[in-house]
Design a protein around this ligand. Structure first.
Ligand code: 5GP
Ligand code: MN
Length: 329
């Protein structure tokens, strides 16, 4: 962290980037880092390839996040937040070679260690927690806007302080954030209390799609493109739904399969996004990695172009064969 701070001090113009289809932590880390660097007298550009989900559009400076970068080489440093591999930033990863200096700040178990400088803390509940610690170390004063962004990152990545990554630091940082003006009720209202009716209807379809294996240890939730069309919802509206599949008694691994689009060329192949959650007895980061994705021990994801039957079969086979396979113990 000290080496990174020394490097940041020497740079003036920053490009800040986080992962495609951003969650609360990816957006919050981006904004908190940008606002803090600006208070330090730096110039920043925030980039994310995907649209920002409606529930996060209340965040300060969110309208400054751009979806296109004209000259990737124009920045003194590129700070990549919450991305376990460089491909997670999306199309811009093709310009990686043009970046003058890259800094990788993350908390994912599967982080590949890319970049000139790298700080990966898998004990951190969120990337926002790491950004908070960095701001403290530099000595930049918090304000309500920075604090609100960091709070949103911690709140969402800990599943409202319910997931296993909810640590002592999370609570102690949040106390400090409240003392700097954060109103937890207002943030919760924006993030969890402004859903469209379509999202609730989609939840209904998602709940109805849940299937569990005979031994009750594995649950599947399925969302098709038709379900999103029927309810007038976007992929961002699926966020959090897998937790219902995971919340069933005795379920050890929950799998959410989301259909992205049909292949035009091969009629039986589809493109899917798969979300995985585990109670800790199965390392879903390893499962996701074996399909080209990544994440944490208890929460991970990947994309795949295959048939639904092959996808389900592949996931079941991996769990059966894995040493910690839930079907064996
Ligand atoms: P979610 O299921 O909420 O989309 O993702 C769960 C976790 O896995 C998040 O920490 C997310 O960053 C990570 N993750 C999801 N999809 C991918 C992927 O395709 N590649 C990598 N490396 N990580 C992913
Ligand atoms: Mn995160």
């Amino acid at each position: 962290m000290e080496k990174i701070i020394r490097q940041l001090r020497q740079s003036d113009h920053f490009l800040l980037v986080s992962h495609v289809n951003p969650d609360g932590d990816a957006i919050a880390s981006l904004i908190a880092m940008a606002l803090a660097l600006e208070k330090w007298g730096k110039r920043t550009t925030m980039y994310n390839e995907s649209p920002i989900p409606a529930v996060y559009r209340f965040l300060p400076a969110v309208d400054r996040i751009v979806r296109r970068i004209e000259t990737p080489s124009a920045y003194d440093a590129v700070v990549i937040l919450d991305c376990s591999n460089i491909e997670r930033i999306g199309r811009l990863s093709a310009d990686f070679g043009q970046f003058s200096l890259t800094v990788n700040i993350d908390h994912h178990l599967t982080n590949t260690g890319y970049g000139d400088f790298c700080h990966v803390d898998t004990a951190a509940c969120s990337t926002a927690e790491i950004v908070y610690r960095m701001i403290q170390m530099i000595g930049i004063a918090l304000d309500r806007e920075i604090a609100t962004a960091i709070y949103t990152g911690i709140l969402t990545d800990t599943g409202s302080f319910r997931f296993a990554n909810t640590n002592r630091t999370a609570f102690s940082i949040c106390l400090d954030l409240m003392e700097n003006g954060v109103d937890p009720y207002t943030v919760a209202q924006h993030v969890y209390g402004t859903y469209s009716i379509g999202r609730i209807k989609l939840l209904n379809l998602a709940l109805d799609s849940i299937e569990i294996t005979e031994d009750g240890k594995l649950s599947f939730m399925m969302l098709t493109r038709e379900m999103l069309e029927e309810t007038g919802t976007q992929p961002e509206d699926v966020d959090g739904m897998i937790n219902y599949a995971k919340s069933i008694k005795d379920v050890k691994v929950a799998v959410l399969i989301q259909e992205l689009f049909r292949s035009d060329t091969e009629r039986d192949k589809n493109r899917f996004y798969v979300s995985l959650r585990s109670d800790g007895s199965v390392d879903v980061a390893a499962l996701a990695s074996s399909f080209g994705g990544g994440g944490h021990h208890r929460a991970a994801g990947f994309s795949a172009e295959t048939s639904l039957a092959d996808l389900k079969g592949g996931i079941l086979a991996w769990i059966d064969n894995s040493e910690r396979g839930i079907c064996r113990n």
